[in-house]
Design a protein around this ligand. Structure first.
Ligand code: ASP
Length: 321
């Protein structure tokens, strides 16, 4: 695919390792994320100099600490820029830890017709050989060439928002799309596509009411994640139900064993919670595959979403109640 987007590309910075700094250049793990301004990240990539870019710092956080307030600021800025006819695409620099959740959120609430490309790094900007500059360069190349929808660019691969997950703690190619596989790879700024681009992704068209409610929310409906495992019991469910808080429990996502199976003792407690009005959704703790629906499932399945994305999907659904 050749470069086809004519307008300006907006690069939004949110922090992460790509903007991280360590005391010593050789240190790839003992750094502080979210230190370098996105304007400096962009100007450190010589190949971006001739491209019409607008740069904006939306936040400066370690994405392990991602909050509703930062998500709202990001969704708002992405939405505003996408509405500008002079803007052809948005690139977002982000930490790797919750990148898949932010990608899913942007896709779910914005369903963008233009490209929204998230990128990141596994090594800080101060590293001897940082990976951020190449990832940023690739992300801009994808933004110039891609169809609409939210994608993640890392280590020369392009992943769709629905499928992408961080799968490695240290390797530069830390992301994977499971059974679906990557959408494309980036080679010398050109895209080599492997499967259809998610121009009309799952989830339908943009829901203006959902966007409004998300942006106005003071908190998201509380949905917690539990994992089923050997020797599990219902203690955590009971503790969540008993917790006195101004943000009451509305849902539980269970990372089940295998095809969404749940330890009997945990399942009994979940049954009791469901009777009291808590929504229960079951995914799998397996790294690959989805819960294959069948008549024996006691709870709703996560429709192929990973537990962290199913948590967000359920919270957004409850926001619409
Ligand atoms: N903790 C960092 C973050 O998510 C990790 C990274 O970006 O690789 O912001």
């Amino acid at each position: 695919m050749n470069a086809k987007q004519a307008g300006r590309i907006v690069v939004l910075g949110t922090g992460g390792t790509i903007a991280g700094r360590a005391q010593q250049a050789g240190d790839n793990v003992g750094y502080v994320a979210g230190q370098v301004r996105v304007a400096d990240l962009v100007s450190a990539v010589p190949g971006l100099a001739g491209i019409a870019l607008e740069v904006e710092q939306v936040a400066q956080v370690d994405s392990k600490d991602m909050s509703l307030a930062v998500w709202q600021a990001l969704v708002r800025r992405v939405s505003i820029h996408l509405q500008n006819p002079e803007v052809s695409a948005v690139v977002v620099t982000h930490g790797t830890d919750t990148l898949e959740e932010t990608a899913f959120l942007l896709q779910r609430v914005l369903q963008p017709a233009k490209p929204v490309v998230l990128t990141c790094a596994m090594r800080p900007a101060s590293a001897l050989v940082p990976d951020g500059p190449q990832n940023l360069s690739d992300a801009v190349a994808v933004a110039q060439r891609a169809g609409g929808g939210v994608v993640v660019v890392c280590a020369g691969q392009v992943h769709g928002a629905w499928d992408v997950a961080k799968v490695h703690t240290y390797r530069l190619d830390a992301f994977d799309s499971g059974d679906a596989g990557p959408l494309a790879c980036v080679e010398e700024s050109e895209l080599r596509s492997f499967r259809p681009w998610p121009v009309t992704p799952p989830g339908g068209t943009q829901d203006a009411e959902l966007l409004d409610r998300f942006l106005a929310a003071e908190t998201l409906p509380r949905v917690d994640i539990l994992t089923s495992h050997a020797d599990a019991d219902g203690g955590l469910v009971e503790a969540l139900m008993a917790r006195k808080t101004d943000r009451p429990l509305r849902g539980i996502v269970v990372a089940g064993t295998g095809n969404g199976t749940i330890h009997g003792a945990l399942a009994s407690a979940l049954d009791a919670a469901q009777v009291q009005g808590v929504r229960v959704v079951v995914g799998t703790r397996c790294a690959r595959g989805r819960v294959v629906p069948h008549a024996g499932l006691a709870f709703a399945d996560s429709a192929g979403l990973s537990p962290v994305k199913a948590r967000l999907a359920l919270a957004l659904e409850l926001l619409m109640d």
